[in-house]
Design a protein around this ligand. Sequence first.
Ligand SMILES: Cc1cc2nc3c(=O)[nH]c(=O)nc-3n(C[C@H](O)[C@H](O)[C@H](O)COP(=O)(O)OP(=O)(O)OC[C@H]3O[C@@H](n4cnc5c(N)ncnc54)[C@H](O)[C@@H]3O)c2cc1C
Length: 517
Amino acid sequence: MQAHYDCIIIGAGHNGLVCGAILARRGKRVLIVEASTSVGGPAATHEFAPGFRASTAHLMHLMPRSLITALGLEQHGLQFAANGMATTSLSPSGNHLLLTPESVAAASPVDAEAYPAFLTRMTRLAGALRPMLASVPPRLGTDAWSDRIALLKLGWQIRRLGRKDMRELLRIIGMNAYDLCTDYLKAPLLQGALAFDATLGGNLGPRAPGTVLPWLVRLAMQGADGNVGLAQPVGGMGGLSDALARAAKAAGAEVRTGVRVDRVLVADDRVTGVVLSSGESYLAPVVVSNADPKTTFIDLLGPEHLDTEFVRRVDRARSKGVVAKLHLALDRLPAFANLPESALRGRLLLAPSLTYVERAFDAPKYGEYSAAPAMEITVPTVNDPSLAPAGSHVLSAVVECAAYDLRAGWTEQRDAYQALLIDQLEGLAPGLRSSVRAAELLTPVDLEARYGNRGGHWHHADLALDQFYFVRPVAGAAQYSTPVAGLFLCGAATHPGGGVAGENGRLAAQAVLAKAV
Ligand SMILES: Cc1cc2nc3c(=O)[nH]c(=O)nc-3n(C[C@H](O)[C@H](O)[C@H](O)COP(=O)(O)OP(=O)(O)OC[C@H]3O[C@@H](n4cnc5c(N)ncnc54)[C@H](O)[C@@H]3O)c2cc1C
């Protein structure tokens, strides 16, 4: 006897868990199947050296408070070791800049008024996009009133900004982050930090057109009511994902880890279930894939169920990641030169100028890794000592930029790259190298292998104008539904993109409930 469900979800990344929890709360019989032994994808906590734990995705800042509350995540164990974390822009010369209006004013009088005004204006412009980010994209060119109304609402949100701000939004939305930063701000450390955030996780450097858009998306999500700012869950990001899994189970969903889906079953042009690598099969009229589009359509479904043009679009979607991750097990707290210890409670950015960030993005274009990488560094054990043995610490660094398809080969270059990164950190925190007890480097190729998303991309598919909203990840699959009846997507490649936000999972559940079950 094969077990029957209303819905099977492939993957227990945070979006798969959100989607499953919502569907289960609506009374659906849900099975969530995860290939890894833990839930959360990169938003899990793992032991990378005996007694030392880290999360690949290390900061939570995008998930709306309304979703945390709706799923009762705090009742299911989510706690914060820190929230509203500050950002310091590191300078190799030691003149670091804490990104608060007061510190910016003290360090760069010319930005004293411009910086807060810039943030206020950009937050307001981004706010006009918020309703769009929190709803299923309309289909273009249909006669359906729901699609027309959604388009009208979007136009109205932008019109409501008033003539001046509406013009500014339309001017900057397709623009590059480099020009936006130089238009408004002067201090290189400030410009570099903003350019870093605008391009984080993407494939394009700050001079590439369209790099303002992902930054506006980030601002819009961070600006949602009750957002906790940059935050660190207790136990790392696994604390969030475990709470999501508990919420899904409490609502009645089954969560099975350590089992891979091998194939999506199709009969008469609609999905009927999945086959696992163990050979077991489960039946359901709805299958929601948390995996990336290439894995979903090419590997699990099979191109024979799709038309050639759609397969071509999926194949062409840009999904090669340029982000690497470094975890260091340290036997003492790193001492960054000229930086107060309190700054280690927040995040540190190594992005000292626009040109520095731009140059870092040059390397992957030529199949290389940057010799002067930009980094987002946290020392999570300062806020949460449970992540390492007493007195020891973890350093967690998101590193940009390293080519997925490194010309010299990752097997050959891994040690040299790791040594380069540690050298870079030693330059900022003298003595750090001698405190390293163990290191874990995850290159884009390792990220692909570990989290099963082709290309190892932060957003599963680049978040750029040509892969946004109506056409994310590709035309024909931009409303979470796909050309095959009953098959849906809910992962980071869908609208509104990657990051640990949960919106993709929530909107996919909404699309499933509207269409299929
Ligand atoms: C190095 C790095 C650092 C990051 N840091 C941050 C950060 O600090 N903050 C932030 O907000 N975002 C961060 N991100 C981005 C964020 O981690 C992702 O965008 C997010 O995790 C995507 O979530 P998801 O649920 O859509 O997909 P995923 O988390 O990728 O989940 C997909 C799941 O599907 C499973 N799966 C795939 N195929 C199968 C199969 N055949 N059978 C069963 N299961 C399958 C995978 O194992 C995986 O668990 C980072 C990303 C990277 C790569």
